[in-house]
Design a protein around this ligand. Structure first.
Ligand code: NAI
Ligand code: MG
Length: 340
């Protein structure tokens, strides 16, 4: 039996992760869950945002499902998200975003594959008397790894094309290296896929004005973070974007949103992103049919008029989760009918 490490975290993290777990448990009995502490709650108890035993539990599990943490605005804050990403070599951040019937019809169906190990997210900042310098690393190895990850993902999900998003007109050497790596690998290893590239500023505009132009996007860390929030806003809001952090031996799935302190504790967070992150997680650990069943259940829940509070509906986290579970149960019953 496979083991999932559950990391609820702070704010709405525990609320949406509880919903995701209920849906996963309705889809399969074949998983064991272990819980671990992360974020501000963990800090209060242990003095660490990412305690050592949490990291050990994460590494020991087959995969992890994480909610969100509230970060502290201080110069010494050590982000636990960046911490586990580094410790577990989670070099790819994959964010699929698409429309759900009844929520939006922007013609959006994009997967953003974001380099997750370097760029501007290494928190490497040096202050002097006049200001602060932030170092931003782009390496050949990380660029190759993320491009190859995007190719595997595009092929395995029947996608036709990959667009490299960059700012190589200004950051000629760093983004230039990323773009050249992309172009070389696509031309030599992926002739079955269409490929193109676009500057990040115009890509952001095009994502909004002509979303169906995009299929898979491969991009650097900061651009991927921002573009995926733009995409999720088009799909209905931050409550709609799941995310997978993937490495050679470990993986952590999470909603792309944060801990949303403004709505925490009210039972109104949209659990969709967390539930879809659970679906991605099951797909990643070889439970493709359960993953699809969950995805379809969420889709059908929206298509039949269920609406969460963030998109103007009346359903809180729990009520919407119940709607998804009832769609799952309908699928199970009809499957049993066909098997008979
Ligand atoms: P946020 O994603 O937490 O919230 C932004 C806005 O979207 C808020 O108005 C919030 O209510 C709304 N929202 C987010 N998720 C929602 C959901 N599931 N349903 C309904 N509405 C939702 O981003 P924000 O406010 O910038 O950050 C809050 C905290 O979360 C900060 O401490 C930030 O550092 C942290 N954060 C943590 C992340 C993580 O743990 N991976 C990722 C992003 C932010
Ligand atoms: Mg973000």
């Amino acid at each position: 039996m496979k083991t999932v490490c559950i990391l609820p975290g702070d704010g709405i993290g525990p609320e949406v992760i509880d919903c995701a777990r209920r849906v996963i448990e309705a889809a399969t009995d074949d998983l064991e869950f272990v819980a671990a502490d992360i974020g501000a709650g963990a800090f209060q108890r242990t003095g660490r945002y990412l305690p050592d035993d949490t990291l050990t539990t994460m590494k020991g599990a087959d995969t992890c499902l994480f909610g969100a943490v509230t970060s502290e605005r201080s110069e010494t804050y050590d982000s636990p998200v960046i911490g586990f990403g580094k410790e577990m070599d989670l070099f790819a951040n994959v964010r699929p975003v698409r429309d759900f019937a009844g929520v939006s019809d922007s013609q959006l169906d994009v997967v953003i594959v974001r380099e997750n190990s370097e760029g501007l997210y290494t928190m490497d900042e040096v202050a002097d008397d006049a200001g602060v310098t932030t170092r931003r690393r782009v390496s050949l190895r990380a660029s190759e790894r993320i491009v190859r990850h995007a190719i595997v993902l595009a092929r395995s999900t029947d996608r036709e094309g990959i667009c490299c998003v960059h700012k190589a007109n200004v950051l000629r050497r760093s983004d230039g290296l990323f773009l050249k790596t992309f172009s070389d690998i696509m031309a030599t290893e992926a002739q079955d896929l269409r490929f193109s590239d676009q500057l990040v500023d115009s890509a952001a505009a095009r994502l909004v004005s002509s979303p169906s132009d995009f299929d898979v996007i491969v991009t650097l860390n900061l651009y991927g973070d921002i573009l995926s929030d733009v995409a999720s806003a088009m799909a209905g809001g931050l409550g709609f974007a799941p995310s997978g952090n993937i490495g050679p031996s470990h993986s952590v799935f999470e909603p792309a949103h944060g801990s949303a302190p403004d709505i925490a504790g009210r039972g109104i967070a949209n659990p969709t992103a967390a539930i879809l992150a659970g679906s991605m997680m099951l797909g990643h650990i070889g439970m493709a049919s359960e993953a699809k069943a969950i995805y379809r259940a969420v889709f059908e829940a929206y298509a039949t008029g269920n609406k969460t509070v963030d998109i103007g509906g009346a359903q809180g986290s729990s009520k919407f989760t119940e709607a998804v579970i009832s769609k799952l149960n309908v699928q199970k019953t009809s499957l049993e009918g066909t098997n008979r």
